[in-house]
Design a protein around this ligand. Structure first.
Ligand SMILES: Nc1ncnc2c1ncn2[C@@H]1O[C@H](COP(=O)(O)OP(=O)(O)O)[C@@H](O)[C@H]1O
Ligand SMILES: *[C@@H]1O[C@H](CO)[C@@H](O)[C@H](O)[C@H]1NC(C)=O
Ligand SMILES: *[C@@H]1O[C@H](CO)[C@@H](O)[C@H](O)[C@H]1NC(C)=O
Ligand SMILES: *[C@@H]1O[C@H](CO)[C@@H](O)[C@H](O)[C@H]1NC(C)=O
Ligand SMILES: *[C@@H]1O[C@H](CO)[C@@H](O)[C@H](O)[C@H]1NC(C)=O
Ligand SMILES: *[C@@H]1O[C@H](CO)[C@@H](O)[C@H](O)[C@H]1NC(C)=O
Ligand SMILES: *[C@@H]1O[C@H](CO)[C@@H](O)[C@H](O)[C@H]1NC(C)=O
Length: 662
């Protein structure tokens, strides 16, 4: 045994060596720390929306849009020695709280060369990377993401997944979040990340075998599952620099937000990370305190007894600020009474690959229309997106929808979900698609045309008379008639034209409708009615029978006038589409043309009701070709004004009022 003096000398000598080593490798001792809550946490660098709350929870983002937050251990950690990656191990507890369904975007454990994460952005990039940096091998960013969105553009297959990211948010490996139960035959049990329950995660990397293991389990599971969720050989050497920073990153999206919390964290490069004391986890604050943001889609299903009808569903996305959760609950109940289905915004976002340009079906007067596939049902849908950032009228309309629920809001989008109609719109079939290089569609046969018209007619009967209240369509036209796989028509956009009128200054009220389909009285009263729908339906009848636009885009000729001319000269069927080459039922063609003229008479009182029009089409009412139609002087100038003051035999009730008025 050495005498005490020698021992002291020896210790001094060893200390000197270790001091020397420290000088050679400054500050790069292994890291080994544990935070059981962050209340008095020194040595953490926070940025963005990250903050430590009273009580000790580290909140990376709160429930607001377009945030990102980072939290790093403030000293770098040596992760590469010589030519190999040092083994590391970390465990942490996170908690993702979303108000109502549909939050975003997730959080990640990150090992990066810089605490600043240059170029990083919120939303799908999770605050890790950005559009310009994603996938660049000089990023030196490694992350394990806990992602609550499905972004197909990033090849994500699930809206609740765990992924391993190497310099890119397109994960190298990813699995739906879950764990393998140790007891129950290793059954795979799924874990909902945004469950507002604390979930523990373990990330272990073995530098020798280059195997990365990721394991998660709700803290309620008594012990760490033995089998990792992800166990994969991954060489981190190309991603890592000698010194890296370790920490967390999280983001929210433009529409979807969650609060992302880290409750405890342990990290080590010197063996397994120390166990977290689960009995001392900080509490996540109750949601009541800050007004949470809500992103909800309410889908209104207009269930229809008439097969041919109409809008399948309308969804309203309300990206809203709600004062109290109670208000929300009430509101949803209100809606749900009438409208059975709701879809989270997220679902529609996923269905359209984030409203990707390649999914665009077309753009109309109200906004863009995207094709999508609903994950829940596999249904193909067309989603029309109307942004409240549009016109004043639109903003007010959307605001009114929100006010139904007594909600206050900042940004709202209106998303209308329709059944996808693979055969596009009727006008494309009749006239080809304007300006498109699409192959021309096969000519509609006469039988198909009549079938379509009957379908549209019964749809309108439903709106005018069978719906619980009278609904005026306001914009009946060929481009609003969409065709399903079997060429069965659906009339789109009913009642939506109200949007245009809404909020308009009464003194300058714009007329709603489409040129060529507008009843003459609209220019006087500017008030849509069932009769103005009938007028437009009449024009549609003529258009389909003749295969001509209501107003010829080249010559400006009015189809209505032309057919009236044929009527007056007693040769109606001459107006029938020449491309049919005589292949049509003459009697039926006369009926359609005559009914078209009946419906498009200038005097609203002279037009039949929608039900009568339907009965004529179905042969339940007898056509009376000899009945003289009422055209106004303006309409009939070149038609022969003998028709002018004569009464049509068909509408005696309103006929009385017409005569009385004269
Ligand atoms: N349900 C649908 N299925 C398939 N395509 C659709 C559907 N709804 C709309 N579209 C396409 O989107 C385009 C624009 O639609 P829309 O906004 O309704 O036009 P508009 O406002 O001119 O009536 C249509 O021309 C059609 O090609
Ligand atoms: C935090 O930093 C201080 C010095 O700034 C150091 O004394 C302390 O050990 C560090 N704590 C951890 C957990 O590394
Ligand atoms: C990758 O990033 C480096 C450094 O920022 C940059 O010089 C390089 O041009 C980037 N490469 C690509 C393909 O963007
Ligand atoms: C998605 O995966 C496909 C097939 O594996 C691949 O071709 C494509 O490049 C991937 N997309 C991205 C953004 O990595
Ligand atoms: C994962 O990364 C390895 C390199 O570490 C690469 O060879 C492989 O192609 C990547 N796989 C995917 C799906 O990105
Ligand atoms: C767990 O089960 C789900 C569905 O049952 C499956 O999609 C997933 O791939 C499984 N996870 C693993 C890691 O096997
Ligand atoms: C990863 O998991 C496998 C079991 O699936 C285990 O054999 C291995 O030791 C684990 N590695 C680490 C670094 O935890």
């Amino acid at each position: 045994m050495a005498p005490p003096a020698t021992r002291t000398a020896l210790l001094g000598y060893l200390a000197a060596i270790s001091l020397l080593l420290h000088c050679l490798l400054p500050s790069l001792a292994g890291a080994d720390f544990v935070y059981n809550g962050f209340e008095h946490a020194a040595n953490l660098s926070l940025d963005g929306s990250a903050s430590v709350l009273r009580g000790g929870a580290l909140r990376l983002t709160h429930d607001s849009n377009s945030l990102m937050g980072h939290a790093f251990f403030d000293s770098p950690v040596q992760v590469v020695r010589g030519n190999s990656v040092i083994s590391f191990s970390t465990a942490f507890v996170f908690d993702i709280v979303t108000v109502d369904h549909g939050g975003g975007h997730g959080l990640a454990f990150v090992v990066a060369a810089s605490k600043a994460l240059p170029g990083a952005s919120y939303g799908i990039y999770l605050g890790l990377l950005g559009e310009n940096t994603n996938g660049n091998s000089s990023n030196h960013v490694f992350a394990v993401e806990f992602d609550t969105m499905q972004v197909r553009r990033l090849n994500e297959t699930d809206s609740n997944h765990v992924g391993v990211d190497l310099n890119s948010v397109v994960s190298n490996v990813s699995e739906p979040a879950g764990y393998f139960d140790d007891d129950d035959d290793g059954r795979n049990i799924s874990v909902k990340l945004e469950s507002a329950q604390p979930i523990q995660a373990w990330v272990d990397y073995d530098g020798r075998t280059k195997v990365l293991n990721v394991t998660i389990a709700p803290v309620s599971v008594p012990s760490r599952p033995h089998r990792p969720l992800i166990s994969r050989a991954i060489d981190l050497l190309p991603v890592f620099k000698r010194e890296m920073y370790v920490g967390f990153s999280s983001s929210t999206g433009e529409k979807l937000a969650s609060s992302h919390y880290i409750l405890a964290w342990s990290f080590s490069t010197e063996g397994a990370a120390k166990a977290i004391d689960l009995s001392r986890l900080p509490k996540v604050p109750k949601q009541a305190a800050p007004p949470p943001s809500l992103s909800t889609v309410i889908e209104i299903t207009a269930s229809s007894c008439v097969a041919t009808l109409v809008v399948i569903a309308a969804a309203i996305v309300l990206a809203l600020w709600i004062r109290r959760r109670a208000a929300l609950t009430e509101m949803l109940e209100d809606w749900e009474l009438d409208h059975p289905q709701r879809l989270p915004y997220k679902e529609l976002y996923a269905a359209t690959n984030g409203f990707e340009a390649s999914k665009l079906l077309g753009a109309g007067g109200f906004g863009q229309v995207y094709k999508g596939v609903l994950r829940c049902s596999g249904d193909e849908v067309a989603i029309k997106r109307i942004s409240s950032s549009g016109t004043q009228g639109m903003r007010e309309f959307v605001a009114e929808v929100a006010s139904l629920g007594r909600m206050r809001h900042r940004n709202l989008d209106l998303l209308l979900v329709y059944e996808f109609m693979p055969n596009g719109s009727l006008d494309e079939h009749l006239f080809g698609r304007a300006g498109a290089v699409m192959p021309p569609k096969p000519l509609l046969t006469w039988g198909q045309r009549v079938g379509i018209l009957r379908g549209v007619a019964s749809g309108l009967v439903y709106l005018h008379e069978e719906w619980e209240q009278v609904v005026v369509h306001r914009d009946v036209k060929a481009s609003n008639v969409l065709l399903g796989a079997d060429m069965a028509p659906r009339l789109g956009d009913f009642g939506l034209a109200r949007l245009y009128e809404h909020g308009a200054d009464p003194a300058t009220t714009r007329i709603v409708g489409t040129l060529g389909y507008m009843a003459p009285e609209l220019t006087v009263t500017a008030r849509a009615s069932r009769a103005t729908d009938l007028f437009a339906f009449g024009v549609l009848l003529l258009e389909v029978a003749c295969g001509c636009r209501p107003i010829d885009p080249v010559t400006g000729e009015s189809l209505l006038r032309r057919v009236r001319g044929h009527h007056v000269s007693g040769d109606l069927v001459r107006a029938v589409d020449e491309r049919l080459d005589g292949c049509y039922d003459k009697k039926e063609a006369r009926l359609v043309l005559w009914l078209g003229l009946m419906c498009s008479q200038s005097r609203p009182e002279a037009r039949p009701s929608m039900r009568q029009a339907c009965q004529y089409l179905d042969g339940e009412l007898e056509m009376r070709e000899e009945a003289v139609l009422v055209f106004s002087d303006v309409d009939s100038l070149d038609v022969g004004s003998s028709a002018f003051l004569t009464w049509s035999s068909c509408n005696t009730m309103s006929g009385g009022s017409l005569l009385a008025g004269r």
